[in-house]
Design a protein around this ligand. Structure first.
Ligand SMILES: [Zn+2]
Length: 477
């Protein structure tokens, strides 16, 4: 269990700073929200009937794997294991599809991400995972909050601070250009639920979630349930197929969750192999090929986009449009009554399958993947902890320092900010000044969203040999 602490400040009112829209590029090379596929009309052709498939590639059900807390084994063990299994981009029952490996989602909390701790994921690792089709799921900044222990319960300000900072740093620190759409409840605490939409998060998951296992209109996106597959729990049932449906129905959505998969050859690894062999053998490319395996955020983004996409078909073409504020997704279109003589060409970055008078067209990603962060922040200074003079006056949003060692129980952290010759303001709350141990922890001392950003050019931070680095984050206005 993670044990990072959350920095608090004295001001009780949370006020989220407003910032202009992000200009950065999304993961999709073309961020257009429109898609057209045209063909030469043939004599006597009538417009086909068009609808958006409930799941990508016209698949029957969706399967996601979530790895909690960002262990390095996500890249070294889990990704290679999942990649041993595949589904195709063809609709169930049709041959000729391109194979896609099974992938998962990494739930990351930023206090312990890219912190020099070799047992945890780094930025380089998440870039590699992304390139292999993995999703990055927001798991807060500090991993605070606990609904079953009142002494660790978060206040509304703490929930907001967690969501504000994790979403604001996400585009830069975790990468991908935009903030996350899916949240994983730290300690399973659903107390975050009512604040999610304020910070652009559309869905969340935990063990014991109230949602039926569906990826359609009946889903409770903010309370998705998942199978708890940590070895200690899983070994008790001794059932490799625990929580799996024997015959998934159209629109079903299963999420498996663990804090990690143990080394190849271990009992835990073999249990996973048995489970994945069953899933892939029955519903993957070598079986019915009815399964879509994707990160949780991709499944939810798809379902939400499918629900609001405007589609039309006419003689010689189809048109799709996503409302501009919807997180980007590919979409699979199903055409019926298509003239068999019509010559359709698969879209670049998508797929096309035909059978009789039907066609399934998967578009490239439409729109921008992810969401705009709640405020646009940028890091204007990165270097050793100490006295810093910035290039100009900036609106300081917060400072974070990378701790790699034991700062003791007496030593106190101080960070003062101000302008040259002017008064200095201490930004480390008195109850957060003693840092104790931190073997790879990004200690964050926030000013926003609880208070207004402080306009300053000088930063005076108390150095300590346990610090590896300091970052100064400002409002980018
Ligand atoms: Zn966690």
């Amino acid at each position: 269990m993670p044990s990072t602490t959350q920095t608090s400040t004295s001001a009780p009112q949370a006020k989220v700073a407003q910032a202009p829209a992000l200009q950065t590029a999304a993961r999709s090379p073309a961020s257009t929200t429109k898609f057209d596929l045209k063909w030469s009309p043939v004599a006597g052709e009538v417009a086909p009937i068009i609808e958006v498939c409930p799941l990508q590639y016209g698949k029957t059900w969706a399967y996601s794997v979530e790895i909690d807390d960002g262990p390095a084994s996500t890249l070294s063990v889990v990704a290679p294991l999942l990649e041993g299994f595949s589904f195709s981009d063809a609709p169930p029952g049709m041959s000729g599809g391109k194979a896609h490996p099974f992938v998962g989602g990494a739930a990351i909390y930023l206090a312990r991400f890219d912190s020099g701790n070799p047992t945890l994921l780094s930025r380089k690792d998440t870039a590699l995972l992304r390139a292999r089709g993995w999703g990055m799921l927001n798991h807060s900044y500090w991993h605070s909050g606990n609904h079953w222990d009142k002494t660790q319960a978060n206040t509304p300000e703490q929930f907001r601070r967690e969501l504000f900072w994790s979403q604001c740093l996400w585009p830069d620190v975790v990468g991908g250009g935009r903030a996350a759409t899916h949240f994983v409840y730290p300690n399973g605490d659903p107390g975050y639920g009512k604040y999610l939409s304020e910070f652009g998060l559309a869905s969340a998951s935990r063990v014991g979630g109230a949602s039926p296992h569906r990826a359609d209109g009946s889903a409770v996106w903010g309370d998705l349930d998942r199978n708890y597959l940590d070895e200690g729990v899983w070994s008790q049932s001794n059932n490799a197929l625990a929580g799996l449906s024997e015959s998934p129905k159209a629109g079903d959505f299963t999420i498996d969750f663990t804090h990690g998969i143990e080394a190849p050859g271990s009992i835990n690894y073999k249990r996973w192999q048995t489970r994945l062999e069953h899933i892939a053998g029955k519903w993957g490319a070598k079986g019915e090929d009815s399964l879509w395996c994707a990160p949780t955020d991709a499944v939810v983004d798809y379902a939400r986009a499918a629900a609001v996409a405007r589609v039309s078909a006419k003689v010689g073409g189809v048109h799709v449009e996503l409302p501009p504020d919807v997180p980007g997704s590919a979409l699979t279109l199903h055409l019926r009554g298509l003239d068999k003589r019509a010559h359709l060409v698969a879209p670049v970055g998508g797929a096309l399958f035909r059978q009789g008078d039907q066609a399934w067209i998967t578009t490239p990603v439409l729109g921008q993947v992810g969401v705009k962060p709640p405020a646009k922040l940028k890091c204007v200074w990165r270097g050793p902890v100490g006295d810093v003079t910035l290039d100009a006056l900036h609106k300081i949003a917060g400072v974070r320092v990378l701790q790699q060692g034991d700062a003791g129980t007496q030593w106190k952290m101080s960070i003062q900010v101000g302008s040259e010759g002017g008064p200095l303001t201490e930004i480390v709350a008195p109850d957060k000044a003693v840092l104790g141990q931190g073997w790879g922890t990004w200690q964050l001392f926030p000013i926003v969203p609880d208070r207004q950003a402080i306009t300053a050019q000088s930063i005076h931070a108390t150095p300590n040999k346990v610090f590896a680095q300091m970052e100064v984050w400002v409002l980018d206005e």
